[in-house]
Design a protein around this ligand. Structure first.
Ligand SMILES: *Cc1c(COP(=O)(O)O)cnc(C)c1O
Length: 327
């Protein structure tokens, strides 16, 4: 049985190459522009949501529940696509002080525009996000049909979005839109909840895109992500029997900067230099840290020809000028 999928993203996204970027990174970099998957719903989450929301519709869902940080791109994408399908969203957003006023900017402003229901929760509550959402779903179930989407849309079903993305890249390579049919030494992306990496690893093997997938962790540890990604791989393979092989997965946690959503001065300088010299805008939470990490890999570990997944993140960047050193 084929896994249901909705067509929500503007695909295929471009494969973008810029020789100045190659010099800044120290490798041949082909950027998969998944920052262009949509308008307000753009970024990597829409590919996962094509599968997750198809499942929600099959279940007859009327309300979506999901979670993330206060500037969650995933929560914003869910709220946006939910509205296009006639569904409301309840968003559980982590913030240090749930009672303090939060500036409605970036993703949070879009969440408000979409009239998503915002439930701000503390970091402690967020640790139990699964049970917090399960309890809320139970309450809503008296007069609505809730559908819970895990953090980042990262389960086996969501990961199928990045298996499909690798089939899309295969078609682009065969059409001569990339470096050639042989593919890449590695696929590189930011890693925040693991679903993108899991899908990339399965899709890269299946479509002969690359033998190696590099995940640049922006939070947690590489041990945590190895386990998480392993679980998601298992779930995805259970949904689609033909998926068996995975590319090698390397998770690096040395390039996440001071902590989640806080970049180092070196990362900020790199993001600014890439923007000013190439026109490529990356963000200080995910894509900029991942690209910086790639640039910093030691020569004996650095892949020469890279497919870099630009996962989006523009609304968060626009909401946090202070992170970029602007007053
Ligand atoms: C969510 C997100 C990621 C991380 O993807 P995961 O599948 O959660 O690991 C990377 N970049 C951006 C911009 C994101 O919003």
């Amino acid at each position: 049985m084929t896994v249901p999928r909705l067509r929500l993203a503007h695909l295929p996204t471009p494969l973008w190459h810029n020789s100045t970027l190659d010099e800044l990174v120290g490798a041949e970099v082909w950027v998969k522009r998944d920052d262009m998957t949509a308008g307000a719903a753009a970024g990597n989450k829409i590919r996962k949501l094509e599968y997750l929301l198809a499942d929600a519709q099959q279940d007859g869902a009327t309300v979506l529940l999901t979670c993330g940080g206060i500037q969650s791109n995933h929560a914003r994408a869910t709220a946006t696509l939910g509205r296009t399908l006639g569904l409301r969203s309840v968003l559980f957003l982590r913030c240090d002080d749930p009672n303090a006023p939060q500036r409605r900017s970036g993703n949070l402003m879009l969440d408000e525009l979409l009239q998503a229901e915002l439930r701000l929760i503390s970091p402690e509550e967020y640790r139990n996000r699964q049970s917090v959402m399960a309890e809320a779903a139970l309450e809503l179930a008296s007069d609505e049909t809730p559908y819970i989407i895990p953090e980042g849309g990262s389960n086996g079903r969501g990961a199928l979005g990045y298996v499909s993305a690798m089939a899309e890249v295969r078609a682009q390579l065969d059409l001569g839109l990339g470096p050639g049919p042989d593919g890449f030494d590695a696929v590189v992306s930011a890693c925040g909840s693991g679903g993108t990496t899991a899908g990339l690893a399965l899709g890269a093997a299946r479509e002969a895109i690359a033998p190696r997938v590099i995940a640049m962790a922006v939070c947690d540890t590489s041990t945590y992500f190895q386990e998480t990604i392993e679980r998601i791989l298992g779930e995805a393979c259970a949904l689609r029997q033909e998926l068996r092989e995975s590319a090698d997965i390397d998770v690096y946690d040395a390039y996440k900067g001071p902590r989640y959503a806080v970049p180092s001065p070196e990362q900020v300088d790199f993001i600014r230099e890439v923007a000013a010299k190439t026109g490529l805008i990356t963000d200080p939470v995910y894509s900029g840290k991942a690209l910086y990490g790639l640039s910093q890999l030691p020569a004996d570990d650095k892949p020469q020809r890279v497919l870099f997944i630009h996962t989006g993140g523009l609304p968060g960047l626009l909401a946090t000028p202070e992170l970029m050193g602007f007053a």
